[in-house]
Design a protein around this ligand. Structure first.
Ligand SMILES: C[S@@+](CC[C@H](N)C(=O)[O-])C[C@H]1O[C@@H](n2cnc3c(N)ncnc32)[C@H](O)[C@@H]1O
Length: 286
C-alpha cells in the first residue's frame, strides 16, 4: 500500500453531497486498507455513484465515470466552480423556503422542472429531499422518486451540512488531474492501462437495481471478462452472502481473485432479532 493512501486511513471519512443506493461510505476504511497501489497511474471508477471512494482515496490522477449523467454533470460543475457552496446555499435556501410553504406540490414541481432542464442544482435538491435519498428513473429517463414527506427538509443545519459536503469534495478535487465523464462502463475499462487501478462497484446482481435500469447477468459476465483482461490492477466490490442466500455469480466468475471479506449488519425494523449480517467482498486481482 502506498504511503499516500495509508495516511488517508487516519482521516475522517469524507461524505459526498449525493446519496445513492449501495453507497460505500461505511466500507471506505476497509477499501483503503485493502487497496495496494503505488499511485503511478490513474484511479479509475467506471461506476462512480456518489464518488465517496474516490473522494477518500484522493488520488492525484483519476478517471471517474458513470452512466448517470446528472451525477457527472454535478461534479463537473463543482470542478469548474460553476457550482460551489455559496451557489448551493442560495439555491437551497430559496427553494427550501418554497418547499416549507407548499410541501409535496413544490417537490413535484421541482421534479417536473428537473426532468425538463436537467440542471444539477435541481438534481441535488431532489436527491436531498426525496424518499430515502434514492436515485431512480422511469423507462423514458424521467426522475421518479417520491417526496420524503418533510416540507421543512432544508433546515438551516441540513443546508449547511450539504454546503460543507460540497466544499469538502471541491477541495479534494482542486489542483488534481481528474476527468469526470458520463459513459457506459465498457468505455472506461478499455481505457485502463498498466499502472492504473480500477475500483469496480457495479449494481448488485440479485438485488434491486431499479435505480439504474437493467443490470442483466450477461452484463455482469461481460464485466468479469473485461476485468480479467485489463492490464490495470482491479478491486471489485460485491456481496458474498447473508443468512439466506449466497451470490453464485461471485463464486462462478471471480473465484481466481483474492477475496477480502468483511461482515456488516443491517436491520429490518427495530428488533434485535431482525439484525442480519451481510458479508461483503473486495476481490483484488492476484
Ligand atoms: C453500486 S452504485 C456505485 C456506488 C458507489 N461506489 C458509491 O459508493 O457511491 C452503481 C453505479 O453504477 C452506475 N451504473 C449502472 N449501470 C451502469 C452502466 N451500464 N455503465 C456505467 N455505470 C452504470 C449507476 O448509475 C450507479 O451510480
Amino acid at each position: 500500500m502506498s504511503i499516500a493512501i495509508e495516511r488517508e486511513t487516519h482521516k475522517k471519512v469524507i461524505v459526498p453531497p449525493i446519496k445513492i443506493q449501495g453507497i460505500k461510505t461505511k466500507l471506505v476504511p476497509f477499501i483503503i486498507e485493502t487497496v495496494t497501489w503505488n499511485q503511478e497511474g490513474r484511479w479509475i471508477e467506471p461506476f462512480l455513484g456518489s464518488g465517496v471512494v474516490a473522494f477518500n482515496i484522493a488520488p492525484q490522477r483519476a478517471l471517474l465515470t458513470d452512466k448517470n449523467q446528472h451525477i457527472i454533470r454535478l461534479y463537473q460543475d463543482i470542478q469548474s466552480d460553476r457550482i460551489n457552496s455559496r451557489v448551493v446555499r442560495q439555491f437551497l435556501e430559496f427553494h427550501g423556503a418554497q418547499l416549507s410553504k407548499e410541501g409535496k406540490e413544490y417537490y413535484l414541481e421541482m421534479r417536473q422542472k428537473f426532468n425538463e432542464n436537467a440542471d444539477p442544482l435541481y438534481f441535488l435538491f431532489l436527491n436531498r429531499s426525496d424518499f430515502n435519498g434514492m436515485i431512480r428513473f422511469n423507462k423514458s429517463g424521467g426522475f421518479n422518486v417520491p417526496f420524503c414527506q418533510k416540507p421543512d427538509r432544508f433546515s438551516k443545519a441540513y443546508t449547511t451540512k450539504i454546503c460543507n459536503q460540497i466544499e469538502a469534495v471541491a477541495s479534494v478535487m482542486r489542483d488534481k488531474d481528474w476527468e469526470f465523464k458520463a459513459a457506459p462502463w465498457q468505455e472506461t475499462i478499455i481505457r485502463a492501462q498498466r499502472g492504473d487501478y480500477i475500483y469496480i462497484d457495479p449494481p448488485y446482481i440479485g438485488r434491486d437495481t431499479s435505480y439504474v435500469g437493467e443490470w442483466p447477468e450477461s452484463e455482469a459476465i461481460e464485466l468479469a471478462r473485461l476485468a480479467h483482461e485489463t492490464p490495470a490492477d482491479v478491486c471489485l466490490s460485491m456481496w458474498k452472502e447473508n443468512k439466506f442466500r449466497r451470490n453464485e455469480h461471485l463464486f462462478d466468475y471471480w473465484s481466481d481473485f483474492v477475496w477480502h471479506e468483511r461482515d456488516h449488519f443491517y436491520h429490518f425494523g427495530a428488533k434485535e432479532s431482525n439484525r442480519h449480517a451481510m458479508t461483503e467482498v473486495l476481490a483484488t486481482n492476484p
